[in-house]
Design a protein around this ligand. Structure first.
Ligand SMILES: [Zn+2]
Length: 112
């Protein structure tokens, strides 16, 4: 990976970080406690609670992803960024553009 590609990846990662932060904010609003005296009907309330629990699991995943992204940002300037942590092969640039927080290559990911 050359310097230009690395700078490009940094931009992608920072952009993703911003997107996830935004997503987390919205999910936190959606997962706020449902008022017990809200004027929703019983069924609507049940639906609201189901939706809330779905959003809660999305929120947990988004937070994990944010942690990974933050970790990658601290690693991107080091020599071993973009290297598979299992087989030490270089992870293809195209894959890093899509999943910049990946720390293992496709073949290792598939054999796990
Ligand atoms: Zn590998």
């Amino acid at each position: 990976m050359d310097k230009k590609e690395k700078n490009n990846l940094k931009k992608i990662i920072l952009q993703k970080e911003g997107e996830i932060l935004h997503e987390i904010k919205e999910l936190e609003i959606k997962t706020a406690p449902i008022e017990p005296d809200c004027s929703l009907g019983r069924l609507t309330r049940l639906e609201a609670m189901q939706e809330k629990s779905i959003n809660e699991s999305i929120l947990v995943k988004a937070k994990i992803r944010l942690k990974k992204i933050a970790f990658v940002l601290t690693k991107i300037d080091s020599e071993d960024y973009g290297q598979c942590s299992i087989c030490e092969e270089e992870i293809p640039y195209g894959r890093l553009c899509i999943v910049p927080e990946s720390t293992i290559c496709v073949s290792c990911a598939n054999s796990n």
